[in-house]
Design a protein around this ligand. Structure first.
Ligand SMILES: Cc1cc2nc3c(=O)[nH]c(=O)nc-3n(C[C@H](O)[C@H](O)[C@H](O)COP(=O)(O)OP(=O)(O)OC[C@H]3O[C@@H](n4cnc5c(N)ncnc54)[C@H](O)[C@@H]3O)c2cc1C
Ligand code: FES
Ligand code: FES
Length: 487
């Protein structure tokens, strides 16, 4: 371990400071709550971030250290040491000291929002996070806020009514000032390192410390939001002996705009990236809204999505179509690499030993570029794509001056469609040429069949999405017969 490490993590629970030593880095927040503290209000449903039964709220100081930021996360896939410096709020914390219910709870009672009750603590915590962050949510905002929670018996209508009703009930006295002061006291500089059961966890607080640690421990697993890594432990039962957490490095959390690019630190979460991305590129709005649900987006980082290298990651087709550049760091040296050159083979990236992803550079919008993104999955919310596609075309009159076509879910890696792009570049942007170009997709990809979709479906959808993009750019209505719905 580096010499400056403190072998302790500190966080707030029940307005008290909890200090833990000898923390097993593979232990989840949910296991600690239920098994070590016998605090069983928080439930376990799926143990993979899907159902929301385990939702808790994490309160953190904002970058200025003045205000609190409340976010619901799935405790089943959050590793315990990542709580360091934060406040953990569970369903047991909501009731007022005088025994009266918090408006979130009271509204659930009034609107009959619970039957068997298994999902209820998770819903209540997602609602509480909304209560703390949005004053008067619209119906769409409520639907989005609850998209990461599943209920199998009450049904959603009473829960949505309760979410509307909670704003009509008297607000409890705020304890935020005291919490801000308590969290400031917890702020201890320096790398956190914990070790137990032969497993190590480091949480460096600067980019320099992170680069040194990654170079010295090239075999360590980098951990960002843990929404992929957490499942390696809870579902694949892997034991991760060495973990380096990137979420405490302030330099990796920055969002900056240069003259030509939007630069996102690799540890910027989807929740933090969404407002700025949507402002620049409203075409990404639906894609980002449909990326998992809020408890996942609150933890999941753009860097983790890119570095994980899954062929079905949703951010990559759009970022590839936009010609995004990655900044990779190894020690003090950085290099730039186009995102479309980052993936070498299934879950293999161009990252060298001791190297990590530092920043993501997305070009600012070019008014001449027409962009569309599409996510095809069985459910609207919280589902993995069968096909994800992004198209960006630059027209010179009715001629294609340049086109970038990127797909997820149809090859072993997120990938451009080079043959299809070649057919279209320099050609007239007409229904006839686009229809002809869809045939080239068969040379670009050989999709697989799995539980999400058959190979045939994936290919047909890929072709249809390119046509859909054509009609979107020409604002014309597609004749129904132009799409083929299979043989
Ligand atoms: C219920 C659920 C729903 C999901 N829905 C979607 C979805 O709709 N669309 C989608 O695309 N994904 C989805 N995912 C997958 C996951 O949320 C994303 O891939 C997420 O962006 C991963 O980010 P993370 O910060 O959690 O990464 P982590 O799990 O912390 O890490 C993922 C990988 O990236 C590596 N890594 C992280 N940061 C860096 C870095 N800076 N440099 C180098 N390597 C790094 C890690 O070592 C690991 O290999 C879902 C996951 C769950 C559990
Ligand atoms: S237990 Fe299902 S999301 Fe955590
Ligand atoms: S109340 Fe039973 S699952 Fe929601």
């Amino acid at each position: 371990m580096p010499e400056t490490v403190r072998n302790t993590i500190s966080f707030l629970l029940d307005d008290e400071e909890i200090q833990l030593h000898d923390v097993d880095p593979n232990r989840t927040v949910l296991q600690w709550l239920r098994e070590d503290r016998q605090r069983t209000g928080t439930k376990e449903g799926c143990a993979e971030g899907d159902c929301g039964a385990c939702a808790v709220v994490i309160a953190e100081l904002d970058a200025d250290g003045k205000n609190l930021r409340h976010r619901a996360v799935n405790s089943c896939i959050q590793f315990l040491p990542t709580l360091d410096g934060k406040q953990l709020i569970t369903v047991e914390n909501l009731q007022n000291k005088d025994g009266t219910l918090h408006p979130v709870q009271q509204a659930m009672v009034d609107e009959h929002g619970s039957q068997c009750g298994f999902c209820t603590p998770g819903f209540v915590m997602s609602m509480y996070a909304l209560f703390e962050t949005v004053d008067k949510p619209t119906r769409v905002e409520i639907d989005d806020a609850l998209a990461g929670n599943l209920c199998r018996c009450t049904g959603y209508r009473p829960i949505i009514s309760a979410t509307q009703k909670m704003y009509e009930l008297p607000k409890p006295a705020s304890r935020h000032t005291a919490t801000v002061a308590a969290l400031r006291k917890l702020r201890i500089e320096g790398t956190v390192g914990v070790e137990a059961n032969g497993r190590r966890y480091y949480a460096p607080s600067t980019l320099k410390e992170l680069s040194e640690l990654v170079q010295k421990n090239p075999a360590a697993h980098l951990l960002a939001g843990g929404t992929d890594v957490g499942l390696w432990v809870t579902k694949q039962h892997q034991e991760l002996d060495s973990i380096i957490y990137v979420g405490a490095v302030a330099e990796l959390q920055t969002v900056t705009k240069t003259k030509s690019h939007l630069e996102l630190g690799a540890a910027v979460t989807f929740t933090d990236a969404m407002p700025v991305l949507n402002t620049l590129y409203p075409q990404l709005d639906e894609l980002l809204r449909r990326f998992a649900g809020p408890p996942i987006r609150n933890a999941a980082t753009i860097g983790g999505n890119i570095a994980n290298g899954s062929p079905i990651g949703d951010s990559m087709p759009a970022l590839i179509a936009l010609d995004t550049i990655l900044v990779l760091r190894r020690g003090d040296a950085t290099r730039e690499l186009a995102l479309d050159e980052f993936y070498l083979a299934y879950q293999q990236t161009a990252l060298a030993e001791g190297e990590f992803l530092e920043r993501i550079r997305i070009p600012l919008p070019d008014p001449a570029l027409q962009l569309c993104t599409y996510k095809i999955s069985k459910r609207f919310d919280q589902d993995i794509s069968a096909v994800c596609a992004a198209f960006a075309v630059r027209l010179d009159g009715d001629t294609v001056a340049g086109i970038r076509i990127a797909y997820g879910g149809v090859a072993a890696i997120p990938s451009r469609a080079p043959k299809c792009e070649r057919v279209l570049t320099g050609a007239k942007w007409t229904e006839k040429t686009v229809l002809a170009a869809t045939q080239a997709l068969e040379q670009d990809f050989s999709p697989i069949s799995d539980m999400r979709a058959t190979d045939e479906y994936r290919m047909q959808v890929s072709k249809n999405l390119l046509l859909k993009f054509f009609y979107a750019t020409t604002q014309s209505d597609p004749p129904v017969s132009v799409y083929s719905y299979g043989r």
